[in-house]
Design a protein around this ligand. Structure first.
Ligand code: 5GP
Length: 188
C-alpha cells in the first residue's frame, strides 16, 4: 500500500534490534485518515472471504480493527494481555513479546470466540508471528476458524509471515519491510 509506505519512510524510525518506531501514526498518536485507508485496503484484500467477526490484540491492533469492523459491519473482539478477574469462560494462551522481551498471558472469553466464528485477525505488526500463534491457539481451543490474517506492517526479515503462510493461512500485509539494517528502511 503506497500511501502507507510513504508514511513509514516519512515518519518511521528504525531502532537498533530490528524495531521500527511508528509512534506518530500507529503506536501512540493515531492518524484516523490513514487508519481508515488501511481498513479499506484490508476490506478490499479480504473481499469474498466469509467472515463474521474481527479479532485483534490490545493495544495497537484495536484502532485499525474497529474501523474495519465499522466498514464491514462486523463485531470486533480484542484479545486481552492481562487476565481479568471478572471474565467468564476464559480461554488462555501465552505469547512472547519481542519488543518487551517477556512472555505474557493472553486471554479471550469463550463467549466471544466460539466454534461458530469465522475470524479475520488484524494486528499492527507481524514480526516473528508470536501474537498470531497465540491467536491460532485460542482459535483451536474455541473451535473457531481463522479465515484470514491482516497486518499493517510485516517485518519480512523476522519470518513470522513465512511461517504463517507455510501453515496455509491467508496472510495480507500492507507494507512488508525487507530490512532495517543500518537504520535504513527497505521494503520488499
Ligand atoms: P510478533 O508477535 O509477530 O513477534 O510481533 C508482533 C507484535 O509485537 C505486534 O503486536 C507489535 O505490537 C509488536 N512489534 C513487533 N515488532 C515491532 C516493531 O518493530 N515496532 C513496533 N512498534 N511493534 C512491534
Amino acid at each position: 500500500m503506497e500511501l502507507l509506505k510513504q508514511r513509514i519512510l516519512q515518519d518511521g524510525r528504525s531502532l537498533p534490534g530490528g524495531i521500527l518506531k511508528v509512534d506518530s501514526f500507529l503506536n501512540h498518536q493515531l492518524d484516523p485518515n490513514l487508519m481508515f485507508k488501511v481498513a479499506e485496503e484490508f476490506r478490499r484484500r479480504f473481499e469474498g472471504v466469509n467472515v463474521n467477526k474481527i479479532v485483534t490484540i490490545e493495544a495497537s491492533g484495536i484502532a485499525p480493527a474497529i474501523i474495519l469492523g465499522y466498514i464491514m459491519q462486523l463485531p470486533v473482539v480484542f484479545i486481552k494481555k492481562k487476565e481479568p478477574k471478572t471474565m467468564d469462560n476464559m480461554l488462555v494462551s501465552e505469547v512472547r513479546s519481542f519488543t518487551k522481551n517477556r512472555v505474557y498471558t493472553v486471554c479471550i472469553s469463550n463467549s466471544f470466540l466460539t466454534a461458530n466464528d469465522h475470524v479475520l485477525f488484524i494486528d499492527d505488526f507481524l514480526a516473528y508471528g508470536n501474537a498470531a500463534m497465540g491467536m491460532i491457539d485460542l482459535a483451536r481451543q474455541s473451535g473457531a476458524t481463522i479465515e484470514g490474517m491482516g497486518f499493517i506492517i510485516e517485518k519480512g526479515f523476522q519470518h513470522g509471515g513465512d511461517r504463517l503462510r507455510e501453515m496455509g493461512y491467508n496472510v495480507q500485509s500492507l507494507a512488508i519491510i525487507e530490512s532495517l539494517e543500518n537504520c535504513q528502511i527497505q521494503f520488499r
